[in-house]
Design a protein around this ligand. Structure first.
Ligand SMILES: [Zn+2]
Length: 247
């Protein structure tokens, strides 16, 4: 069965100090039979995010259909710089989504600074990955309901789906906004099960966040009551559709 990891990083995290190299990413994917990954920078400064985007692009050229990019630029940087790099990621690098790291960049989804991200996603028909869970109040899943309501054509992916503590809130947000998708890395198995039962199998995707999480995040979907067809949806069909991986 094809497995897509929808939440991977390269670079060094300011939060954890963990560094993930391109080789480590490819090795972990091969070891865990992951056929494709959506890769983004950690929440870093502007220059470093540009550098990491370029590395992701080069990796995607080296491993086509295996590596896809997600752009993540600090929304606090000056608008021309932000938009210049974001458009480069979309038009030149062919990245598949935009990321808002509420925790890492200390930004609320309600901030006027995020409007440019919503408008860009709408214009290019790209989904937005929003970090949720750790780092409240800006990372509360319910905050995403406002842009999800304002931009009903844009798909919003709640990364970490509330990060265990706020899973129920993520489920409420996704229940009320049909354009919200849940990616439950770090969440309890019974909560993943509750997500699927409440919002349906078509709006849940697998993400690892850290390479060493990969075996466990995959295993979660074998520990809960799912059919092979359900697992195919979470691992392959849903990410393929949501991130337009074949486009
Ligand atoms: Zn992450």
């Amino acid at each position: 069965m094809k497995i897509v990891d929808t939440h991977a990083h390269i670079g060094t995290s300011r939060n954890t100090g963990v560094t993930i190299t391109e080789d480590a990413l490819i090795n972990a994917m091969r070891k865990n039979s992951v056929s494709a990954a959506l890769v983004m920078p950690q929440p870093v400064g502007y220059e470093e995010s540009c550098l990491v985007h370029k590395k992701i692009y080069e990796l995607s050229k080296k491993f086509p259909k295996m590596i896809y990019g997600i752009s993540c630029v600090d929304p606090w940087v000056e608008e021309d710089s932000f938009m210049g790099e974001t458009i480069r990621c979309i038009e030149e690098y062919g990245f598949k989504a935009l990321k808002i790291n509420c925790h890492g960049h200390n930004i609320s989804p309600l901030s006027v600074l995020c409007e440019k991200i919503y408008k860009t996603a709408f214009k290019y028909r790209l989904p937005i990955v929003v970090h949720t869970g750790l780092g409240t109040p800006v990372s509360l899943p319910s905050l995403v309901m406002k842009p999800a309501t304002d931009y009903p054509e844009v798909i919003f992916i709640l990364a970490h789906a509330g990060f265990a503590l706020y899973c129920d809130e993520a489920i409420v947000a996704a229940s009320l906004c049909k354009n919200i998708i849940l990616e439950p890395s770090w969440c309890q198995t019974f909560m993943v099960s509750r997500m699927i039962k409440t919002i349906g199998i078509d709006r849940v995707i697998m993400g690892s966040d850290h390479l060493t999480n990969l075996p466990m995040e995959i295993l979660k979907y074998h520990c809960i009551d799912l059919t092979d067809e359900d697992r195919k949806a979470v691992f392959d069909t849903n990410p393929g559709r949501i991130f337009q991986l074949d486009a």
